[in-house]
Design a protein around this ligand. Structure first.
Ligand code: 13P
Ligand code: ZN
Length: 271
């Protein structure tokens, strides 16, 4: 019997992860094993988990993350496909517990599926979320086509310019991604350097764009992290669609954008 069998709350969270994995595949953002997800599920842990024997020896995270001591996460498995995960989330991901030294993890359920190679970015950001008292639980890395395409231009490697350009495409982008998008210059996938650069950006922006690679988003839950990414990529699609029709889109004026910010009372920093 799997760990979900007597845990309705956790089953619902994992069902949402599976749905998001399906959306990512349908959008063409998840080629092969592309992209990864973690969700902090500690609030849903049953007391029995503490005595559940680990399926692995402790595995090093690569850094020490004090706020994660004893925390539980669902993580997509490395080399696992989103299109498979949406059908069998516990076969293409696993539940890990961070050990008491806050520098290792063990897999506790259901199978010894090794977590994503981007675990350093996910866990460093999860550590920051706990440290800052945030109620956010989910982190999502994916490869949205249009945003990645824009990251191939020097012009859009400037976070403020990219943010203003995307906000100006449609009022909803500003309304639903009010902190905008921050760009992290290219780093090796899975590296601690990439994780550190992501961490430096994530408290200022809704979504971080990894140059020539993909996005990294945080959310209250996995649907929220997906929506943040989707809203910004939709704006990128509109921008590129206009360019492919042969013109540079005019964009909303500063005045129109300020009006949206004021009328909707949009936050300027993470709440
Ligand atoms: P994983 O299969 O290890 O999750 O890696 C996918 C990816 O997108 C790396 O950046
Ligand atoms: Zn990737």
């Amino acid at each position: 019997m799997g760990i979900l069998s007597d845990n309705r709350g956790l089953s619902a969270v994992i069902a949402d992860v599976a749905d998001v994995a399906g959306y990512i595949w349908q959008k063409g953002w998840g080629e092969r094993n592309g992209g990864n997800i973690t969700v902090n599920i500690t609030s849903l842990a049953s007391p029995a988990w503490a005595s559940q024997p680990a399926l692995t020896e402790p595995i090093a995270i690569g850094c020490t993350l004090p706020y994660l001591k004893g925390q539980y996460f669902y993580a997509k498995g490395t080399q696992k496909r989103m299109r498979d995960l949406c059908k069998a989330p516990m076969h293409n991901g696993s539940i890990i517990r961070i050990t008491d030294d806050a520098a290792h993890y063990v897999i506790i359920a259901d199978e010894a599926v090794l977590p994503t190679s981007e675990l350093p970015s996910h866990l460093m950001v999860q550590n920051y979320l706990l440290q800052s008292g945030s109620s956010y639980t989910a982190t999502l890395h994916t490869h949205p086509i249009e945003l990645v395409a824009m990251s191939h231009s020097d012009e859009f490697l400037q976070s403020e310019h990219l943010t203003q350009t995307l906000w100006s495409m449609i009022p909803e982008t500003l309304a639903f991604a009010p902190l905008g998008i921050g760009v992290v210059p290219y780093q090796l996938p899975g590296s601690i350097q990439l994780a550190q650069a992501t961490l430096e950006m994530i408290d200022r922006y809704d979504v971080v764009l990894w140059e020539k690679h993909g996005t990294f988003a945080v959310g209250k839950d996995i649907m929220d992290a997906f929506d943040q990414t989707d809203v910004l990529n939709k704006a990128a699609m509109i921008y590129l669609r206009a360019r492919s029709m042969g013109f540079v889109p005019k964009g909303m004026t500063r005045q129109q954008m300020t009006q949206v910010q004021e009328v909707f009372n949009l936050p300027k920093k993470r709440g």
